[in-house]
Design a protein. Structure first.
Length: 189
C-alpha cells in the first residue's frame, strides 16, 4: 500500500478517536457539573433547614442518612405531576444521587416549588431506599411528614418512626403538599 494513504488513514483515525472521546466525555463533564451544582444546592438547603427548624437539627443528630431534594416542581390542572433531583448525605458526605417523580389526579390546579428532606433513622429504612426498582413513598417503612406544628413538639425521645420528612421553601399556589404517590429512584453513577 501507498505510504501516503496509510499516513492519511492514521491521521483520520486519530481525529475520529478524538471526536468520539469528546462526544462521550462531554455528557460526563456536564453531568459532573450538574451534580456538583445539585450537591451545593442540597447542602445549602439542608444547612438552612437545620439552622431554622430545631426538629431538623435534632433528627440530624440521630439519622443514619438524610436525603435532600432542594427543589421539587409540582404542577397540575386535574392531572398533575412533580419532579426533582436530590442528594443522599451520610456522615456529612455525598453518598448517592436520586430523583423523585410522581403523578396525581383530582381537583387540583396550580404550580409550586418546594424542597424536602427525608431523615432515615435506621439502617433498615435506608436499605429499602435502594431495593427493587425505586422507593415508593407510602409503601414500606413508616414515613412521618412533619409540618411546622408537629416539628416543634418533636424531640429525639419522641422520634420513633423509620423516616421523617420535612417540607421546606414552599413557593407558588397549589392546594396542599404531600409525598404520597412519589417514587424515589437512585440515579446511575
Amino acid at each position: 500500500m501507498n505510504r501516503e494513504f496509510l499516513t492519511r488513514v492514521s491521521q483520520l483515525s486519530r481525529w475520529l478517536l478524538i471526536a468520539a472521546l469528546t462526544a462521550l466525555l462531554t455528557p460526563v463533564a456536564a453531568l459532573a457539573a450538574d451534580r456538583s451544582a445539585l450537591e451545593t444546592q442540597a447542602r445549602n438547603a439542608y444547612q438552612k433547614l437545620i439552622a431554622r427548624v430545631p426538629a431538623a437539627k435534632a433528627l440530624s443528630r440521630d439519622a443514619v442518612a438524610v436525603l435532600v431534594f432542594p427543589k421539587i416542581t409540582k404542577a397540575g390542572l386535574l392531572v398533575g405531576g412533580q419532579y426533582g433531583d436530590g442528594v443522599l448525605f451520610r456522615d456529612g458526605k455525598t453518598a448517592a444521587y436520586y430523583n423523585t417523580s410522581g403523578a396525581s389526579y383530582g381537583l387540583q390546579a396550580g404550580a409550586q416549588q418546594y424542597g424536602y428532606a427525608m431523615f432515615f433513622m435506621n439502617e433498615k429504612a435506608l436499605q429499602t431506599l435502594n431495593q427493587a426498582e425505586g422507593f415508593e413513598v407510602g409503601v414500606g417503612p413508616s414515613i412521618v411528614v412533619l409540618d411546622q406544628g408537629m416539628a416543634k413538639s418533636l424531640t429525639t425521645t419522641t422520634a420513633n418512626n423509620d423516616i421523617y420528612a420535612l417540607v421546606f421553601a414552599q413557593t407558588g399556589l397549589m392546594a396542599g403538599v404531600g409525598l404520597q404517590g412519589n417514587k424515589i429512584t437512585r440515579l446511575s453513577e
